[in-house]
Design a protein around this ligand. Structure first.
Ligand code: UDP
Length: 310
């Protein structure tokens, strides 16, 4: 039986990952500072004898008594509303936190998967984004704590792989959505769903022509696990290449939720990327992975979850 440490284990993606790892026969140790994660996300797992939870901020070194085979390093706030709120914490968790998890993985002879992001591409001048694209990031803007934090994390795991022979994998995660996103998360899917369910104005930033490509969380989790168990050590884009404008998303959410909300256009945040879509040919070739869940069906599931008042 393998033991996996999942940092950010009570967060949105982390809690789903813990659940699937348990279902597939691993022992799971979830680690979370609860800055953006919540106990509610893992309440269904706490009774499982193969699951344990440690409340811990990974910017402080972590000691674990048992053996560890896999470290999924997912701990980091990831919503744009968190960037101006806790920028120093975001930089710290991605730098010091990642270093501490690399050290833990070395000590345990474990493999580490770093959860990076499509934000490393910044305001992309290449479309769709391939892993070979170096990106176009504003190093001093409001988003830079996250973008540069993740770029530093990628540099750090790469340096550990070279200098210390660390066994690492790097996932560049594109927009992901699904149950367990925070109601007040600030990202577009939970915002639109909450607004639609309350028949409040749906807040489209800018003219709504900017695009994103939304991946349902179950698809993302399967991609993370396949990457972890593959022999491919370079960064891999994980996301759904089906691209939609933010305005189309607003209309879709409104329709599926049966809402009478109107659309309200608001100011576009600083450095908001105008287009984003992953090229997933590496994931397809190396992991035999591609997303299965269509946007409509993923939104239905997510809306149901929010409706149930979770
Ligand atoms: N957005 C929006 N209304 C909202 C929240 C977000 O129009 O209430 C837009 C945002 O400007 C961006 C896109 O939706 O263009 C995705 O934003 P999100 O915060 O979900 O993630 P990002 O991809 O920007 O990190």
């Amino acid at each position: 039986m393998k033991t996996a440490v999942v940092t950010g284990g009570s967060g949105f993606i982390g809690s789903h990952l813990c659940q699937v790892l348990l279902e597939e026969g691993s022992k799971v140790i979830a680690v979370d500072s609860l800055v953006t994660g919540s106990r509610a996300n893992i309440s269904g797992l706490l009774g499982n004898e193969n699951f344990s939870f440690i409340e811990h901020d990974i910017t402080v070194p972590l000691e674990i008594d048992s053996g560890v085979d896999r470290v999924y390093n997912l701990a980091s706030p990831a919503s744009p509303i968190d960037f101006p709120r806790i920028p120093l914490e975001i930089l710290a968790v991605n730098s010091l936190g990642t270093k501490n998890m690399l050290e833990l993985a070395l000590e345990k002879k474990a493999r580490l998967l770093e959860a990076s992001t499509s934000e490393v591409y910044g305001q992309p001048l290449e479309h769709p984004q391939r892993e070979a694209y170096f990106g176009n990031v504003n190093t001093i803007g409001e988003r830079s704590c996250y973008d540069e934090g993740k770029r530093f994390a990628e540099a750090l795991v790469s340096a550990y792989a070279r200098a210390k022979k660390s066994d690492v994998r790097v996932a560049r995660i594109f927009n992901t959505y699904g149950p367990r996103m925070r109601k007040n998360d600030g990202r577009v899917v939970p915002n639109f769903i909450m607004q639609a369910l309350q028949n409040k104005p749906i807040t489209v930033y800018g003219n709504g022509k900017q695009t994103r490509s939304f991946c349902f969380v179950s698809d993302l989790v399967s991609g993370l696990m396949k990457l972890m168990e593959s022999n491919y050590t370079k960064p891999v884009n994980l996301g759904n290449p089906s691209e939609t404008t933010v305005l189309e998303l607003a209309e879709k959410v409104k329709e599926i939720a049966g809402s009478s909300s109107r659309i309200a256009f608001k100011e576009l945040p600083e450095d908001d990327p105008t287009r984003r879509k992953p090229d997933i040919s590496v994931a397809l070739r190396e992991l035999n992975w591609k997303p299965k869940v269509k946007l409509d069906s993923g939104l239905e599931k997510t809306i149901e979850w929010f409706k149930a008042g979770n």
